[in-house]
Design a protein around this ligand. Structure first.
Ligand code: ADP
Ligand code: ZN
Ligand code: ZN
Length: 762
């Protein structure tokens, strides 16, 4: 007997090994094999057969690791589909799909995080007063210490209460990283506090599974009449179509409808997969779902430790799997036993698409395929959003998907009022206070005075996107990438957002020697600094990639803001997503123009979504919210569409454009990327690839061109675009593409050339 294996190597195809006599293997079990001269891998058996491969000596399987499959049939089919459709080696799919602990022989290593706490002798209010006194002359340490007290809620411990008991109930654990982030303290400052024996560090294994809690369907809220109508329409639609799009404005209660649908699935003994695009969102959703579904709910995403992910995987294979899985992108890879419903929330989100590394899959589309592969369970897919992706809306409008609309907010709360501020004019009249218009500042102040909250949206992290020599205009750029560096104030360094490389901040210009180096533009970090200056009494939090590196950090920022412990939340597009806060009365979009200037055919679509979504955070309960939209292009039709929340207007404009210029959903796109160390090599290679592809696809091939960022991580990049009309035989297309790729790579000149595809790029 022989077995075709999936091995974790970036090569096309399956690998055939011999099954030694007396060994039993079946599809879906892991086996140990040797590969090449000296490597051993854990592979997954894709199929067992008796066809002896010709032309090479077949190696035997060394060992079988599992008695029963750990990857089921539907999963295997899904992997193969992804590899095929997205043209990525199946080994890469395997690597992306499985937690590391299931892919290596030694299992998983628990990951730990460093936490920080008061030392025992300071855990009472008297001692704390003394500590604060002692620190009064060490300003930085005092700041860090005070911040610790606030984060841990020690500052709320009552004077004469029993501190130990209170502590058990109210004190929150704080990681060292969180403290450094929110106090802007250096590692050194924290070390000094440790030396003084006020704070101490301790290690904790990253989160263990303990989602117990009761299943309490009685807590499910009854639906309002419009919600009930939508719910019924969804069920009707699901009888006819495999996929239904729920287009409901922000705050209309889509989540409540999902909860009812999940409950219905559970009553029918079906499993549910609930996908969210971003980990930040799972935190809030987790709380909402856990309240009702208790121990029947499992959470799965990449910020969970490998140990936890292995545990969930195994639980899903067991007799007693979670009925509901809430997860980000990678949750589509979990095993399910009787999947009845997949909910793809915020379906328009681009973070559903994996950019790097391969497989460059779109989790929404994979989910739809997953439902098809689970056909025996009649799995249905529900896509939900306030701002559908053009593709999904088009599919709904043309009848491929069902469409259900929900146009009112819960309890008839009004959609926020959006006021456009003409930044060009204000700048001309010298009336902008840095990134803030007078109107925004006034409204913020009023909101804070009334105990309401404010969200500020700036789609750039770091302190300043550009550092510049004021004398000669020199701008520091990355040595490895073709981009300018972002200044991060807290770390006092320049960072490349493409490769992550960091640099010292120069004290003088290497071109002209001037020491007059200035920052230009605003990142979230600088916005935060200025907000703290203008509103010294407000508590400010920032949510971006830099402040949310740990899972705890997310949870804290969100829960502190929800509970009103912070007043102003500043963030990148991370805050625009589906978060539900009660007391936000003002949302400021600081600079709409950065979103509009992307050189991409989807720029307007994405700008509209981002702005509508972030606007939707305003005025959820009780009161109509206000959005201040700052732009230099106030007359752009898109801005008016955002103001009127006119999705259909936007759709009509864009869809017409897409048809004329041959873009999705009328055409399929495949990007071909070529990368090489040397620019001239990648240049010739790209030209040659272009010629080869034109041979098959003619005028459908555009380029090669240098992309906007033409060098990343010391690799020079070229890009070809292929536009394929619908109905073309994609199987053939993929065949030709892979064939040409292989031929190119056999050329000695191109031995270290990288070629890969991005299918349905975003
Ligand atoms: P969406 O997901 O459409 O943005 P949500 O489901 O988050 O909307 O609802 C917005 C707010 O209104 C939430 O705080 C939610 O608890 C509340 N809400 C919506 N529908 C109901 C309902 N039927 N009963 C009670 N509260 C509801
Ligand atoms: Zn200079
Ligand atoms: Zn770089």
């Amino acid at each position: 007997m022989f077995a075709d294996l999936i091995l974790p190597v970036p090569l096309q195809g399956l690998f055939t090994y011999a099954v030694p006599d007396g060994m039993t293997v079946q599809a879906g079990v892991r086996v140990l094999v040797s590969f090449g001269r000296s490597k051993t891998y854990l592979g997954i058996v894709a199929r067992v057969h008796s066809v002896k491969p010709e032309g090479y000596e077949v190696k035997p399987i060394l060992q079988v690791m599992d008695a029963a499959p750990i990857v089921n049939e539907a999963q295997l089919k899904l992997w193969l589909w992804i590899a095929d459709y997205y043209m990525s080696p199946i080994g890469d799919v395997y690597k992306a799909a499985m937690p590391a602990g299931l892919k290596s022989e030694d299992g998983y290593r628990p990951k730990t995080e460093t936490y920080i706490r008061l030392t025992k002798q300071y855990r009472n209010t008297t001692a704390l007063h003394i500590a604060l006194n002692v620190l009064s002359r060490a300003k930085k340490q005092l700041e860090a210490f005070t911040e610790y007290l606030a984060l841990s809620h020690w500052d709320q411990v009552e004077e004469d209460g029993n501190a130990e008991t209170q502590m058990k109930n109210d004190i929150v654990e704080v990681t060292r990283e969180e403290l450094m982030n929110s106090s802007q303290a250096s590692a050194e400052t924290i070390k000094q506090l440790e030396k003084r024996q006020m704070l101490e560090c301790y290690e904790v294994e990253v989160g263990r599974l303990n989602h117990d809690g009761e299943y309490r369907p009685q807590l499910i809220q009854p639906l309002t009449a419009p919600q009930q109508d939508a719910y019924n329409s969804i069920l009707m639609s699901m009888m006819k179509k495999p996929v239904t799009l729920l287009h409901g404005v922000t705050g209309s209660g889509k989540t409540e409808i999902y909860i009812h649908l999940i409950q219905r699935a559970l009553e029918r003994k079906e499993q549910v997969l609930y996908l969210l695009p971003e980990i930040a969102l799972t935190v809030q959703m987790m709380q909402r779902l856990q309240r009702v579904f208790g121990h029947r709910l499992g959470i799965y995403h990449s910020k969970y430790s490998d140990a936890e992910r292995v545990e969930i995987w195994q639980k899903q294979l067991s007799q007693n799997p979670y009925d509901v899985i809430l997860g980000a992108r990678s949750a589509v890879f979990l095993p399910f036993q009787h999947l009845g419903l997949v909910i793809v929330d915020e379906e328009h989100e681009t973070s559903y698409k994996q950019q790097d590394p391969a497989p460059r899959y779109h989790a929404r589309n994979v989910a739809i395929m997953m439902a098809q592969l689970n056909a025996q369970f009649n799995t249905k897919v529900l896509l939900g959003t306030a701002t559908p992706s053009l593709e999904s809306y088009h599919n709904a409008k043309t009848g491929k998907y069902g469409l259900v609309e929900l146009k009112e907010r819960y309890q008839g709360i009004e959609m926020p009022e959006i006021q456009v501020v003409d930044v060009a004019d204000l700048q001309h009249r010298k009336m902008m206070a840095g990134p803030f218009s007078p109107l925004l500042l006034t409204r913020m102040r009023e909101a804070l005075e009334q105990g309401e909250q404010v969200i500020l949206f700036q789609n750039r992290r770091g302190f300043a996107p550009v550092v510049e020599c004021h004398q000669c205009g020199w701008v520091p750029t990355c040595q490895h990438c073709d981009v300018s560096l972002t200044y991060h104030r807290q770390l006092n360094q320049l960072t490349c957002h493409y490769c992550g490389y960091t640099y010292h901040v120069p004290t003088e210009c290497p071109c002209c020697g001037s020491t007059d180096l200035r920052t230009r533009g605003y990142g979230t970090e600088k916005i935060e600094e200025q907000v703290r200056e203008v509103f010294p009494e407000a508590r400010v939090a920032r949510m971006d990639l830099d402040t949310t590196r740990t899972r705890n950090a997310y949870e804290r920022i969100i829960s502190d803001f929800s509970a009103g412990r912070t007043h102003i939340l500043i963030g990148t597009q991370m805050i625009s997503k589906g978060l539900d806060f009660d007391r936000v009365s003002v949302v400021g979009i600081l600079n709409a123009d950065t979103m509009l200037s992307y050189p991409d055919f989807r720029a307007y679509e994405h700008a509209f979504m981002m702005m509508s979504q972030v606007a939707g955070r305003a005025g959820r309960k009780k009161k109509r919210g206000l959005v201040i939209l700052q732009t230099k292009q106030k007359d752009l039709p898109l801005i008016h569409q955002v103001v009127r929340n006119d999705y259909t207007g936007l759709y009509k404009n864009l869809i017409a454009e897409r048809q004329v210029f041959h873009y999705p959903p009328y055409y399929r796109l495949v990007y071909v990327f070529l990368k090489h160390r040397y620019d001239h090599t990648v240049h010739t290679a790209a030209e040659e690839m272009g010629t080869r592809l034109r041979h098959w696809f003619g005028g459908r091939v555009l380029g090669p061109d240098k992309p906007a960022v033409a060098k990343v991580k010391s690799q020079n990049i070229r890009k070809l675009v292929i536009k394929l009309e619908l109905g073309i035989d994609m199987k053939k297309v993929r065949e030709y593409l892979l064939m040409e790729q292989q031929q190119m790579l056999t050329d000695k000149r191109y031995s270290s050339l990288i070629i890969y595809y991005d299918v349905d790029p975003l």
